[in-house]
Unconditional design. Sequence first.
Length: 112
Amino acid sequence: MKKIFYTIIAVLALNASYASSADYDVNVVPSKAVAAQVYKMLDVPVIPETIRGERAEVRLAVDRGNYLRILSIETESEALKAFIKTNVDFQRLSPGTFEQGVVYRVPVEVKE
């Protein structure tokens, strides 16, 4: 009886240590976090009618002070380009695990 008891205790101890050694990463991927914050910056009460239905691809990076720096905006609409620059460039990100020097690509599409 004692052997069974000690065996069960040993098995439970090994299972507990095995389960605690697993590394579960529950952090959000930095690129998705950056995109979510950019979308939040672009969510303004009044969106100009001239940019409705337009698309753009924004390439940006994070500098030392967690500020967004727009590197390029690929779009056919100059109004959308100006709108994105006004609302995103030099805006500070919320604290997170963003890598400096990494170029993030964020697609932007304005609904009609």
